[in-house]
Every structure is written in C-alpha cells, then in structure tokens.
Design a protein around this ligand. Structure first.
Ligand code: PMP
Length: 281
C-alpha cells in the first residue's frame, strides 16, 4: 500500500501526472524516516523538518502535520513493515508548466515504505570515501527534491569503489552527499555548524546530544580538508547509514585505518536509543 494525499491504495493504482512540478522542476521536499521493529524512529524530528523545508520554499502542506504523521504510521502498519524506511515527498502539485508558482494548485503528498536491513557491515568495519567539490546551491538546509549534485557525487564515489563522497567548498568540508561529517581530534568532536550550507540531519541532532551527555566537547565549527585527512577519527551519520566510521578518504588512511573508539562509543549509545524507541510502541 502507498499513501497518496490522504488515501491509501495499491502502488499500481497510484497515478502521478506528467505535469507534477516535482517531476518537472524538482519543486518539492522530502523525508526518509527509519523504522526499527515496526516503530518509526525520530518521527517528530522528521515531520518538523518536512514542515520547515516546505515553509522555506513557500509550499503549503496538503493537510495538517499531525495527520501526516498519523498516516505515515498507519502506512507502516498497513504494510506490516518491521525494518526499513518510509519515503515521503510533497510537491507543489500539478499545473501547466510555468517556472513561477502556478495560481491555485494543491500540493501532492506521496509516501511509501521499503524494507531494509540495518547497514551492519558498513557500521562495523567502516567505509571508504572520496573527496569532491561541493557544487550545490546555497540552500542545502532545505531537504528539496533537487538532488542532482548529490547523485553525481555519490556516483563518483561508487565509480571509485567507495560508499560516500565527502564534499568541500574550497578548503572547507561541508557534508557528505547523503550524510553529515564529523572529525574527532583528541576526544573533541568537530562538525560543520547548522547554516544554509548543510542539512540539519536528524541523526546529527541525536549524535551531538549523545556526545554531550557522554561528556564529550562538541565544536560546531567547519574544518578543512587537511584537518579531515589528518585527524584521529572520521565518521558520518544519516538515517540510512546511522553512525558509520570512515576509515579511508581517497588514498589516505584515517587514524590507524580502523573504526575509532569515540565512534564506537556513539554507536553503542545509538543502540540504546533504538532499543528505547522500540519500547515506546
Ligand atoms: N546531509 C545530506 C545532504 C543528506 O541527504 C542527509 C540524509 N537525509 C543527511 C545529511 C543526514 O540527515 P539525516 O540524519 O536526517 O538522515
């Protein structure tokens, strides 16, 4: 079953118009929400960000946020999903193709679920990443459907046998193609500050909270490519990749080339969060 606006239906019965502005302009926003043991993880954070992204592009939600959250939970139940994702997107709707906002148009919400196992191997052994220039626009805080630069960066990583592309504007590291990036230097955690140049990751919020709770100093300041390559530990976070060590970037081994201790500590704390979340049902 999928969700189209307020209606649940079979995927094959859902029709998206060829003049949907999401399809033609990427004129819309989205979220990816993790489901562990049948329970949505960080649902409130995700729907609030969905609302914020919508607001930033002057896109009206098709109906109230509480109802959207309720429908997404129902979608999980209806599909009997235990572990995987909800993908939800809202576009500016269907209208004759003009660049500016068309007059009276209703936004279109689509959501569906997908089964997925947890990224156990990657989070256990760590991943390799490449470096690439961040060629995106200056509103990376909006979780918009326009993902072409991210797609190209990820494809470049794949071409090099890597799992992530870490992007930089000049010498400053911004974030991964689909992750936030952190370095650990003598037990201090550094990550890019929240502004228009990165996405405010829901996992990032949780990780920084856990870090502070565990007595680590967190510095939300941008770091350079050189600092990234010379640091003790690097890790990335996202809904899909959770907390994942980065053990090699281009040809440089990070630290001793193994997942770092601080990263491991955060991964353990993250397991507690997931277990606690599963108990909330
Ligand atoms: N940055 C970018 C560019 C992303 O696409 C994502 C994944 N949504 C993230 C960071 C991590 O965000 P989250 O933890 O909310 O999944």
């Amino acid at each position: 079953m999928i969700l189209l606006n307020r209606g649940f239906m079979e995927r094959d019965d859902a029709i998206v118009d060829i003049e949907d502005r999401g399809y033609q302009f990427g004129d819309g926003v989205y979220e990816l929400i993790r489901v562990y043991d049948g329970v949505c993880f960080e649902m409130e954070g995700h729907v609030q960000r969905l609302k914020l992204s919508s607001l930033k592009i002057e896109l009206a939600l098709p109906y109230p946020l509480e109802d959207i959250a309720r429908n997404l939970k129902q979608l999980v139940e209806k599909n009997g999903l235990l572990n995987g994702y909800i993908y939800v997107q809202i576009t500016r709707g269907v209208a004759q193709r003009v660049h500016h906002f068309p007059g009276s148009v209703s936004s279109v919400l689509v959501a569906y679920v997908q089964h997925a196992e947890r990224p156990v191997e990657k989070t256990k052994h760590g991943i390799h990443a490449i470096l690439t220039e961040d060629i995106r626009w200056k509103r990376c805080d909006i979780k918009s459907l326009n993902l072409l630069p991210n797609v190209l960066a990820k494809q470049l990583a794949k071409k090099h046998g890597c799992d992530e592309a870490i992007m930089h504007r000049g010498s400053t590291v911004s974030e991964g193609s689909s992750t936030n990036v952190y370095i650990v230097e003598r037990n201090v955690i550094y990550t890019h500050p929240i502004n228009n140049l990165i996405l405010n990751g829901i996992t990032r919020i949780g990780v920084l909270q856990m870090a502070r709770e565990n007595g680590f100093r967190v510095v939300e300041e941008a770091f350079t490519v050189n600092e990234l390559l010379e640091t003790d530990e690097v890790f990335v976070t996202s809904t899909a990749l959770e907390i994942c060590p980065v053990i090699q970037i281009d040809h440089t081994l990070i630290g001793n080339g193994k997942p770092g201790l601080v990263t491991r500590t955060f991964q353990q704390a993250f397991e507690h969060r997931i277990a606690f979340n599963s108990g909330i049902n």
